[in-house]
Write a protein that binds this ligand. Structure first.
Ligand SMILES: CC(C)(COP(=O)(O)OP(=O)(O)OC[C@H]1O[C@@H](n2cnc3c(N)ncnc32)[C@H](O)[C@@H]1OP(=O)(O)O)[C@@H](O)C(=O)NCCC(=O)NCCS
Length: 162
């Protein structure tokens, strides 16, 4: 049976393996065990039996602003709706805390369009978003695309000085 739940310490090795499998292919950022432990409350996992077959994280960045990241689905389980469901659950948990704007930096534009995201100029995101970029192997030659989902009626602040 497929189950979605918050990640626990027992899931860290599986999350690490999934994310870094795709990181070695250049599809997403690598995640250290340290980073997964420190941000464990951000993560949701999809579990089948006792196997983690997908993960994703929601990271709060600033006022009402949160990033969808570390989204990875087992290669044998892709295109079965798991990624979309994880994004929906992450958004739900963010909205419960008052999030009004979600963003992601990705090489998978088609998937995020299916999840209701729109491409945005990276310049429109606050500077604070870029603080982790120095840890990225691609830095400073980043080709990731920025996608955002803004909840109806919300007007993001214009200032980028955060
Ligand atoms: C990208 C990824 C998370 C998508 O997860 P998934 O579980 O395979 O996707 P879903 O089955 O939920 O797909 C939802 C919809 O998006 C579409 N879709 C999925 N991946 C897509 C892609 N790469 N390009 C275009 N459309 C895609 C599906 O066909 C589906 O469309 P539908 O609603 O019309 O049926 C997954 O393929 C993955 O782990 N990729 C490798 C790691 C990665 O790139 N992560 C993203 C980092 S930001």
């Amino acid at each position: 049976m497929l189950e979605y739940r918050k990640a626990t310490f027992n899931d860290v090795e599986a999350i690490h393996k999934l994310c870094n499998h795709y990181a070695t292919l250049g599809l997403m950022l690598p995640r250290s065990r340290n980073s997964i432990y420190e941000n464990l409350r951000d993560y949701i996992v999809a579990v089948e039996g006792d196997k983690v077959i997908g993960c994703g994280a929601l990271h709060f960045v600033w006022d009402r602003l949160a990033e969808i990241r570390s989204l990875a689905i087992d290669p044998d389980k892709q295109k079965t709706g798991i990624g979309k469901e994880i994004v929906a659950l992450l958004e739900k948990s963010g909205i419960e805390k008052g999030t009004q704007m979600f963003f992601t930096l990705t090489y998978q534009p088609g998937f995020f369009i299916k999840c209701g995201y729109e491409e945005s100029d990276k310049e429109n995101l606050p500077q604070k978003v870029w603080k982790d970029c120095v840890y990225c192997p691609q830095y400073p030659n980043c080709n990731e695309l920025a996608f955002v989902k803004i909840l109806p009626g919300y007007k993001p602040p214009k200032s980028k000085l955060i």
